[in-house]
Design a protein around this ligand. Structure first.
Ligand code: RP5
Length: 169
C-alpha cells in the first residue's frame, strides 16, 4: 500500500484533565479543515512515550506541535528537545497558582531551544491552533486565504456586536 504523507498538527496534552481546555484547539483546527492528531502523554509520567510519539508523528508528517501542560509544565520543552519542528506551548491553569507556574515553566526556555508560548487557558488553546495554522499557511495558499477571511469576519463581528449595544452622540 502507498505510504501517503500529509501535513498535520500534533496536539499533546500532559493529562486528560487538560482536554476540556484543549478541545478549543482541536475545535479551531476542525473549523478550518486542518488535520490533527491529539494524544495524552506526559513529560514526567510517560517520558519515553512522549519521545517516541514525537518521532513517529514527525515521520508521519506532523509540521507543528502544540503542547499543553500545567503545574511544573515541562512538556513543551521536552518536545522541543526532540524535534526541530515549531513547538507551541499552552500553559494550563491546573494548580493553586492559577497557571502562572505553567506559564513560567513553558516560556522560560534556554537559548537555542524555543517554545512559542501562548496565553494561559482557553485563549491560549485557541491561539495555539491559529499560530499552528499560520505556520502551515506559509506553504498552503488555500489555508492562508481562509485565515484572511477569518480576520474580516472577526472585524465584522466587532461592528455587529457594537451596533447591538452602542451609544453614540
Ligand atoms: C500536568 O499536571 C498536566 O498537564 C496537568 O495540567 C496537571 C495535572 O495533571 P493531573 O493530575 O490532573 O493528571 O502534568
Amino acid at each position: 500500500m502507498e505510504n501517503r504523507k500529509f501535513d498535520f498538527v500534533s496536539i499533546v496534552m500532559g493529562s486528560k484533565s487538560d482536554y476540556t481546555i484543549m478541545k478549543n484547539s482541536s475545535d479551531t483546527l476542525v473549523k478550518f479543515g486542518v488535520k490533527f492528531e491529539l494524544i495524552v502523554s506526559s513529560a514526567h509520567r510517560s517520558p519515553e512515550r512522549t519521545k517516541s510519539y514525537i518521532r513517529e508523528a514527525e515521520n508521519k508528517g506532523a509540521k507543528v506541535f502544540i503542547a499543553a501542560a500545567g503545574m511544573a509544565a515541562h512538556l513543551a520543552g521536552a518536545i522541543a528537545s526532540v524535534t526541530t519542528k515549531p513547538v507551541i506551548g499552552v500553559p494550563m491553569d491546573a494548580s493553586s497558582l492559577g497557571g502562572n507556574d505553567a506559564l513560567l515553566s513553558t516560556v522560560q526556555m534556554p537559548g537555542g531551544m524555543p517554545v512559542a508560548t501562548v496565553a494561559i487557558g482557553k485563549a491560549g488553546a485557541v491561539n495555539a491552533a491559529y499560530l499552528a495554522m499560520q505556520i502551515l499557511a506559509l506553504n498552503d495558499s488555500e489555508l492562508a486565504e481562509k485565515l484572511r477571511e477569518d480576520r474580516i469576519l472577526q472585524s465584522k463581528k466587532v461592528e455587529a456586536d457594537s451596533r447591538e449595544i452602542e451609544v453614540i452622540l
